[in-house]
Ligand binder design. Structure first.
Ligand code: PLP
Length: 382
């Protein structure tokens, strides 16, 4: 029987826990321990202009942030930053929309189809349908896509919601109108082995899921093509005339400290994050194993260039399935656990996505409730 730590917060034992959103509060303790090392002071007369001091194509990108981004990718080895433009966004949510807009506006024929292989990150649906653009059209699951003409495939790797390593699935290599946006929100060493330095045309990253600072709303795109980068910047100008400089400066400071911890044996953030995720996944797998009702994906080990050894994946979301014919999101809701329905991700009622990045006490309450769902079932059977 798996030993579940009792939640420190007794009051929580009866409250609703929300694991629908991937709110990454799990890393708060790590940052608390850094004390004032990441504190930034911004005086009233600082950062007042719309413009940054540097003559970047993305004219609202702060120098400190551009440098911290390059330094971090260099230290981790997960993406090439040479010969490409950095476009900063209010979260990678804004950048994904900017990239879809940019590629569609440069396409020969419109509307451009937008697809992602199921199960996909459900927010892509809202991002591509909400404004009812005539330039692009959400066409759903890339596995089933057979429409002629220009298209954009969104590739999320590791994937949200199921943590798998993804490549393109549509694959029309001779087609000039085939474009890909790679979303690497989770391609960081605490979640997955870093097996290669990615070098794709448009690569999206988010501050939110690396360090957990989702509230700063900072994301960046590494873009090869100048015209695409220009169009993305144009989109952001129309949308928000740039990106908060306070956020950029804070993100720069934290990313710089993060890059420094990569060299440290005692205080490495990624080591800390990986240990925490490993521990959570082991506990979850134990509960699932004992339940005989639920399923979880298995992930192959791979050699991680960052840690220099073969490692497993510990994704930021658990993609939980059930062997029963049931509506799992409603079952969990009855246990006061909010999760994301598989159907919203282009899958079925038997799957849900559950965030693994909550605070520790919330995660422990979730495990207790999941274990109890099994107990309730076995009680029903007798
Ligand atoms: C795959 C993926 N891309 C993008 C985002 C959005 O990140 P941001 O907070 O930078 O907007 C998320 C957030 O959950 C995500 O899971």
């Amino acid at each position: 029987m798996v030993k579940l730590e009792n939640s420190k917060n007794i009051a929580m034992s009866d409250s609703i826990i929300n694991l629908d959103h991937g709110d990454p509060t799990a890393y708060e303790d790590f940052w608390r321990k850094t004390g004032d090392r990441c504190t930034v002071t911004i005086r009233a007369w600082d950062l007042m202009s719309y413009f940054s001091d540097v003559n970047y194509l993305c004219w609202f990108l702060e120098r400190e942030l551009a440098e911290a981004i390059k330094e971090l990718h260099g230290a981790v080895g997960n993406a090439a930053t040479e010969d490409r433009y950095i476009v900063v966004g209010t979260g990678s949510t804004q950048l994904c929309q900017a990239a879809v807009h940019a590629l569609s506006s440069l396409a020969g024929t419109q509307p451009v189809s937008v697809v992602a292989a199921a199960p996909y990150y459900s927010t892509y649906v809202e991002e591509t349908t909400y404004v009812r653009s005539g330039m692009y059209k959400w066409e759903g699951d890339a596995w089933r896509f057979d429409k002629k003409g220009s298209y954009i495939e969104l590739v999320t790797s590791p994937n949200n919601p199921d943590g798998t390593i993804r490549e393109t699935v549509v694959n029309r290599p001779d087609d000039d109108e085939a474009k890909v946006i790679h979303d690497y929100a989770y391609y960081w060493p605490h979640y997955t082995p870093i097996t290669r330095r990615q070098d794709n045309d448009i690569m999206l990253f988010t501050f939110s899921k690396i360090t957990g600072h989702a509230g700063s709303r900072i994301g960046w795109a590494l873009v090869k093509d100048k015209e695409v980068a220009k169009k993305m910047v144009e989109y952001i100008i129309v949308n928000s005339i740039g990106v908060s400089k306070e956020s950029q400066i804070r993100a720069a400071k934290i990313l710089k400290v993060l890059a420094e911890t990569c060299k440290s044996e005692t205080e490495s953030f990624f080591e800390y994050g990986r240990e925490m995720m490993k521990n959570r996944w082991e506990k979850l797998r134990e509960v699932v194993k004992e339940s005989d009702v639920f399923t979880l994906p298995k992930y192959p080990e791979a050699y991680c260039n960052f840690f220099g050894k073969s490692l497993e994946s510990y994704p930021a979301f658990a993609w939980i399935g059930t062997k029963e014919e049931t509506d799992l999101v409603s079952d969990l809701r009855r246990q006061k656990v909010m999760s994301r329905a598989g159907e919203r991700c282009g899958s079925d009622k038997k799957h849900v996505r559950v965030s693994m990045l909550s605070r520790e006490d919330v995660f422990n309450v979730f495990l207790e409730r999941l274990a109890n769902m099994k107990l309730n079932k076995s009680i029903d059977e007798h």
